[in-house]
Ligand binder design. Sequence first.
Ligand code: AMP
Length: 285
Amino acid sequence: MKTVKSILELKEIVAKQKTNGKKIGFVPTMGYLHEGHLSLMRASKNKTDFTIVSIFVNPTQFGPKEDLATYPRDLKRDQALCESVGVDLIFAPEVSEMYPEGYSTYVDCEGNITKQLCGATRPTHFKGVTSVVSKLFNIVQPNFAFFGQKDAQQVAIIEKMVRELNFPIEIVPCPIVREADGLAMSSRNTYLSEDARKEALVLHKALLEAKTLIENGETDTKVLINEMTNTIKSSKLAVIDYVQVVDTQSLESIATLEDEFLIALAVKFGNTRLIDNYRGQVGGF
Ligand code: AMP
C-alpha cells in the first residue's frame, strides 16, 4: 500500500485504475484513525474496487482559537491501520501541496444549513470543509465517497454541495461507531481527562433517553430537549453548546416530531468539544 503526497502522482494512479474499469471509493479523514474511520474504509472496500483514504488535517476548517496545532497526528500508525483493512492507497499531502502560496479559492454553501448547529459557534468551519472536500473530489475523482453519520451536519452539507455543484459522485453515509460504553469514537476523545472521559457518557445516555421517550409516543421536541439537557447537566464538567431536534435535510429546528428527525448535540468538556446525534423516524423503530 502506497502513500502518495503529490496531487499529480495521485491523479496518474487514479487515471490508470479508471482506464482498467475500476470503481474508486474515497474516504476523506484528518487521520489519527480509529474504528469509526476503519468502518468507512470497510464500506468502501465492499462497494468499490480501489479504496483511497486521504489523511489531511485541513487548516481552513479550524477557527483561529481551535485545536489545529494540537490536533493528534501519527502517520505511521494510520498507515498500519489502513494496511490492516486493505486500503489501496493513502493520499497524505502537505498543506503547501493543497494550499500553495497565494491560494484564495473557496467553496461556500451559503444556506442556513451551514449556520445551524455547529455552524452557530464555528462560523467558518463548513466553508473549510466544503472547500477541501471539493478539492479532494476533483483530485481523487471517486465514484463513491464515504462519510460518517457521526458528523451528521457535514453529511447533509456535502450531499447538498454534490447535488448543487453536480459532482458525479455518490455519497455513502455510514453509521456511528461507538466505544463499548457508548461514547461515539472521535480522534478528539484522546484530549479528555479521565474524569471527563467518564462523564462524557452523558451524551449517549441523553440520546438513548430521548429515543425511549419517542418510542413511548413523545413528539414534543421541547420535552425531549429538556430531558436531554437535564441528563447532560448531571455531569459537572459538561458545558452544553446545543441540544437540538431538527429536520434531517434543512437542519432547521422542529417543534413536533414528524417523519424523519435528527437529534443533535454538542457539549464541551474543558477545551474538548464533543458531538453526537441520533437519527430516527417516527414509528420507525
Ligand atoms: P475526521 O477524521 O474526524 O475528519 O473524520 C473523517 C470521517 O470519519 C468523517 O466522515 C467522519 O464522520 C467519520 N467518523 C469519525 N468518527 C466516526 C465514528 N465514530 N463513526 C463513524 N464515522 C466516523
